[in-house]
Design a protein around this ligand. Structure first.
Ligand code: COA
Length: 185
């Protein structure tokens, strides 16, 4: 079972009853505005939790969907994930999503940094990427803060709620991560 700790956060595996804390943000239109999923029905959220729990049994494990919780209070404030997109190429991708009450406190940056550490150290990945809507400025800033480079602008690659959307791709290589300040706690 994977659990990652940072200064203020514990990123841990999802449990059955987490859907109660996930649903308030997963059904919030403002939170899912730039996501390919949502706003969720309660069944959608329950299914997401079921899938996240099923991933815990994968051999070898490709998907790590983790709850973002506050270390002190134990409160679940969001979710994040790292998925191995190619074992052969040692490539993975990350994502994150927070309850609106917890935005702008540096939590997504803190969680994403831990995902990079886990991806490069524990999973021995060579490259980690993330995609993001060009208008999602908060997420773009998170990806910049964790040392990723903007590699491309993909035009109308997503059909989101009936609308074609562009996507930006950001990435960081293992050697860039090792040479950055990020590995130091
Ligand atoms: C994107 C998201 C995860 C960011 O989480 P967060 O915890 O608020 O992020 P952080 O506090 O670590 O950093 C946000 C940065 O973006 C900046 N920012 C926030 N809103 C911004 C805006 N509209 N324009 C420009 N910068 C913005 C903040 O100032 C901060 O940068 P700074 O530290 O240089 O001041 C959060 O807004 C969220 O959950 N959004 C909905 C889900 C989502 O879009 N997920 C990402 C999909 S790619």
């Amino acid at each position: 079972m994977t659990s990652l700790t940072s200064e203020r956060l514990l990123l841990r595996e999802f449990k059955d009853d987490d859907w109660v804390s996930v649903h308030p943000y997963a059904c919030d239109p403002e939170v899912v505005k730039y996501m390919t999923w949502g706003p969720n029905t309660s069944d959608d959220t329950r299914n997401f939790i079921r899938r996240a729990i099923a991933y815990q049994q994968e051999q070898p494990r490709r998907h790590f969907e983790l709850a973002i919780t506050l270390r002190e209070e134990g409160q679940l404030i969001g979710g994040c994930g790292i998925r191995v997109s190619s074992h052969e190429l040692r490539e993975g991708n990350i994502g994150y999503c927070l309850n609106r009450n917890y935005w702008s406190k540096g939590y997504a940056t803190e969680a994403a940094r831990e995902l990079l550490r886990f991806g490069f150290e524990a999973l021995s990945l060579h490259r980690i990427y993330a995609t993001c809507d060009p208008e999602n400025y908060a997420s773009r800033r998170v990806l910049e803060k964790i040392g990723m480079t903007l590699e491309g602008h993909l035009r109308e690659i997503l059909l989101m709620r009936g609308e074609w959307r562009d996507s930006l791709i950001y990435a960081i290589l293992a050697r860039e991560w090792k040479n950055s300040d990020t590995p130091l706690r």
